[in-house]
Ligand binder design. Structure first.
Ligand SMILES: Cc1ncc(COP(=O)(O)O)c(C=O)c1O
Length: 414
């Protein structure tokens, strides 16, 4: 039967899992900010640098040579060997390039593969929050249940063993770690991670460790979870080229795990993706061979901005710990009396500065906003001036005889 014009077709219901997943709170803000003029964005989570020239050139050259074919499902062996050597050099952790390294379409794909390979329906995964927006949905899309482990400023946004222990049930299958953290910039020490590994051994859990910001660790050494004795056999290490090499648009990452786990991930990858794009793989080979000095330069620049933005935020009364990694500051906005969403909305509409409300990263992010400093120092400086004006205005509103603050309707950003 065909419908009449204007009549809605009768189609089956969409996946209930997909329908139960809320849209990303980050996207909403991007879309609105993109439609406005003169916005300074501290919203984006990607480097403002362009991919190093030698890397782009290698990709162009590979195209010129007509290298436009599929690669092995695992990815180019040359790249896997380089990834394996890179991790051995940095963290003293050994992965066999033949069957323990899989080249993926970003950490995004690696995370999805890990969840689908490790989890059965109704399994539970402990997810310290606030955390990157895709963690919960990836667990849910695998039919499993994310269990939030709320963290706060007092514990440097890292979970305690007591907390994790308390939330473990007979259904708990894995702990998902993402340090250095997006959005808090927190890192976990080797000792803290060692305690988590011991817990995973005691409870027989997998560990999935998203280490995409490993190269953006400022004050100490990054600890690769798999390098901790006893961790490797139960850990999936996820990493990629997006952040350290400013290669977000190339969509390239990698997953490393013991052969049996990696093989399960590869099975899904071979049926759904087939292989990561060859041009991006050629670029990544060059990145690992030659871009190290540029990675260090970018890191130094982020470090300069990190100190600047944190000082500025604290000076205007938005208490902010010094993030130890990644490129996000996560100040508290509770002194303004506004909710995270209300703060971010008003700041965007009244001062044209885009930040992301902390609750986009889990409920325990409420009371904070995420400010990315992957943008120029000049823009950060200008954003801080606008934010200072905004905070002063809020103070006046709440202390003045007339309350001029007009609440923005909660569905203004839908
Ligand atoms: C913590 C974290 N993991 C994963 C990703 C996605 O990375 P990729 O570009 O490699 O898919 C991001 C991107 O912002 C991130 O912040």
């Amino acid at each position: 039967m065909t419908e009449k014009p204007g009549e809605k077709a009768n189609i089956p219901a969409l996946s209930s899992i997909v329908q139960s997943i809320p849209p990303s709170g980050i996207r909403r803000f991007f879309d609105i900010a993109a439609s406005m003029k003169d916005v300074i964005s501290l919203g984006v989570g990607e480097p403002d640098f362009v991919t190093p020239w030698t890397v782009r050139e290698a990709a162009i050259y590979s195209l010129e040579k007509g290298q436009t074919n599929y690669t092995s499902n695992y990815g180019l062996l040359e790249l896997r060997k380089l990834i394996s050597a890179h991790l051995a050099k940095l963290y003293n952790v050994e992965y066999n390039p033949d069957n323990e390294v899989l080249v993926t379409v970003g950490v995004s794909e690696g995370m999805d593969l890990a969840m689908r390979a490790l989890l059965n329906p109704q399994d539970e995964v402990l997810v310290p929050e606030p955390c990157y927006v895709s963690y919960r949905p990836c667990v849910m899309l695998a039919g499993a249940v994310p269990v939030a482990v709320p963290t706060n400023q007092e514990t440097r946004f890292t979970p305690t063993i007591a907390q994790l222990e308390k939330l473990c049930t007979s259904r708990t299958k894995a702990i998902l770690l993402g340090y250095p953290s997006n959005p808090t910039g927190s890192v976990m020490s080797r000792q803290e991670l060692t305690d988590i590994v011991a817990l995973a051994q005691r409870r027989n859990l997998f560990l999935v460790s998203d280490e995409i910001y490993d190269r953006l660790t400022y004050d100490g050494e990054h600890c690769c979870v798999a390098s901790i004795p006893g961790a490797r056999e139960r850990t999936v290490t996820l990493n990629g080229f997006s952040k350290a090499y400013a290669m977000t648009g190339w969509r390239l990452g990698y997953a490393c795990a013991p052969a049996e786990i990696l093989h399960a991930m590869m099975k899904i990858h071979s049926y759904t993706i087939l292989c990561a794009p060859i041009t991006a793989q050629k670029a990544a080979i060059e990145a690992l061979k030659t871009a190290e000095p540029i990675v260090k330069d970018m890191m130094q620049e982020y470090n300069r901005r990190r100190r600047y933005i944190v000082k500025g935020l604290n000076a205007i009364g938005l208490t902010c710990h010094l993030p130890e990694g990644a490129f996000y500051a996560f100040p508290s906005i509770t002194s303004t009396g506004l909710s995270s969403t209300h703060f971010a909305e008003r700041l965007l509409f009244e001062e044209q500065v885009a930040v992301v409300p902390g609750d986009a990263f889990g409920q325990s992010g409420e009371g904070h906003v995420r400010c990315s400093y992957a943008t120029s120092l000049e823009k950060i400086e200008a954003a801080l001036i606008r934010m200072s004006r905004f905070v002063e205005k809020i103070k006046l509103e709440s202390s003045g005889p007339e309350k001029t603050a007009k609440p923005v309707s909660s569905n203004r950003i839908a």
